[in-house]
Design a protein around this ligand. Structure first.
Ligand SMILES: [Zn+2]
Length: 472
């Protein structure tokens, strides 16, 4: 594509402001639906760059959208900026050293994710304006990827209804096209109510909600043997019924996170977990209420867009890491096990290479990647519009997701280079779609064929609102 050089120059010209934005967001880690300062930073940048800004997207106070351009196709570039609990860490230091404060940290690299996407959108905006091309580019600042499924709520509210294609990325050890495979999931709270009683004087009058939770967990753990091998079930105790062992616990609550390859399989598994909850209530003479908190769909592929994104990567080559970056990454690799490093190669479908600390190649489009066993709320966007994601190399090969090592590398020169690199890949792909009607038509036809096979149903029940109170 003859215009990609210009777009890449536009990305380079803007990079400093967006690296600074990423570093600022790294320094204000905020959790699920409470990303007020991070969202304000992104909103301020959208305004400074002259985007038309819509706040409170889908009624979510920490979601924002900025649009530029007129007419033509609508290209959405998705960003995130939420952090994780328990992953606070000093920047650039290759040993665990949490910072004072609430203990949150950017252990999934979403400071980079949001900033690179906004940089890509800004470069496309500048390109459209400079060349008088019809088309609109939008940056969607999406909160609460970690457990809040904000994009699902945004899809349900129609935020992507007039979008033609969506592009995003995720920080990684490697550069390549993100394999469009992830698990659908749902979070359900099971709240058991029994009857309090003196645990010694009148145990026969009490009905323990905590017993019900324990029996439910035992039942689900027996179910594991008999569920699809790529399904996943996890749970966390939200309320164990109090701290007094001499009181029969009248109330207890457990949150289940259930994952499966696709929505029909997920729904079957949810039905079985609910039966186990009802069984636990029956056994303990308690009652149970079930409340869905959030849910996401699995990712849907889009072959033409994946090819277009990969072509951009191939033309651009790997990120321009230098010897100093590689030496710094080696210090982080020294904190990892051989298994961590082998697993990273296996996930990317790449042959293991000893002594390579940072990605120096592009993962081939046909690499035999290990399917992602996690979930992403990009899944729901991918059912609504043709969607493609890059994986962008920003940290030492083998760095586990959600780790202090990942937080520590979020402001390193290598991370900054990876941010700029993946912004170029996304901006180049957006331009391909804006310039090539045939590519756009093929992407849409591919999407329609997939959705026709299994029509999209939002996995979030109609009466469930975005769990904004999670921020409390
Ligand atoms: Zn993430």
């Amino acid at each position: 594509m003859q215009n990609t050089d210009e777009i890449w120059r536009l990305v380079d010209a803007r990079q400093d402001d967006f690296i600074a934005l990423s570093d600022r967001v790294w320094g204000m880690p905020e959790l699920c639906y409470s990303e007020f300062r991070s969202c304000a930073e992104h909103t301020a940048m959208l305004e400074a760059q002259g985007f038309r800004v819509s706040r409170d997207v889908a009624g979510i106070p920490t979601a924002v959208m900025g649009e530029s351009g007129e007419g033509g196709p609508v290209i959405a570039i998705l960003g995130e900026y939420d952090a994780l609990p328990g992953l606070s860490q000093e920047a650039g230091v290759a040993e665990p050293r949490p910072l004072p404060g609430p203990g949150f940290g950017h252990g999934c690299g979403h400071n980079l994710l949001g900033s690179a996407s906004l940089l890509a959108a800004t470069a496309v905006k500048d390109y459209l304006a400079a060349n008088g091309i019809k088309g609109r580019v939008r940056y969607y600042g999406c909160p609460a990827e970690e457990g809040g499924a904000a994009k699902g709520f945004m899809v349900r509210a129609g935020a992507f209804d007039d979008v033609d294609i969506a592009i995003s990325w995720h920080p990684s050890s490697f550069s390549g096209v993100m394999e469009p495979v992830s698990l659908a999931n749902t979070r359900i709270d099971f709240a058991f109510t029994g009857r309090a009683s003196h645990a010694a004087a009148a145990p026969h009058l009490g009905r323990s909600a905590l017993d019900a939770v324990e029996l439910m967990n035992v039942g689900v753990n027996y179910m594991r043997e008999h569920m699809p091998s790529d399904a996943r079930v996890h749970y966390a105790m939200l309320d164990a019924g109090g701290i007094a062992p001499n009181v029969v616990q009248a109330f207890a609550k457990v949150r289940y996170l259930i994952r499966a390859r696709n929505l029909p399989e997920l729904n079957r598994l949810i039905g079985r977990v609910k039966k186990i909850a009802e069984g636990a209530a029956l056994m303990t003479e308690t009652s149970v209420k079930m409340q869905v908190v959030s849910a996401v769909s699995n990712l849907l592929a889009n072959t033409p867009l994946e090819k277009a994104l990969h072509d951009n990567l191939s033309r651009l080559g790997p990120p321009p890491f230098d010897d100093r970056d590689r030496a710094a990454a080696a210090e982080f690799q020294a904190t990892l096990s051989d298994e961590d490093i082998e697993a990273a190669y296996r996930r990317a479908g790449m042959p293991l290479r000893e002594g390579v600390t940072l990605c120096d190649t592009i993962v081939p489009l046909d690499a035999k990647t290990a399917p992602m066993m996690g979930s992403t709320d990009v899944g729901d966007v991918s059912w609504a519009v043709p969607t493609v994601q890059a994986r962008g190399a920003v940290y030492a090969i083998g760095t586990p997701g959600h780790s202090w090592q990942l937080t520590a590398q979020g402001k390193m020169p290598a991370a900054h280079k990876g941010l700029v690199h993946v912004a170029k890949v996304m901006a180049g792909t957006a331009l391909d779609v804006l310039h090539d009607e045939v590519l756009l038509a093929r992407a849409k036809a591919d999407h329609q064929a997939r959705v026709a096979k299994t029509p999209y149903e939002c996995p979030i029940p109609a009466d469930v609102e975005p769990p904004i109170q999670m921020s409390a």
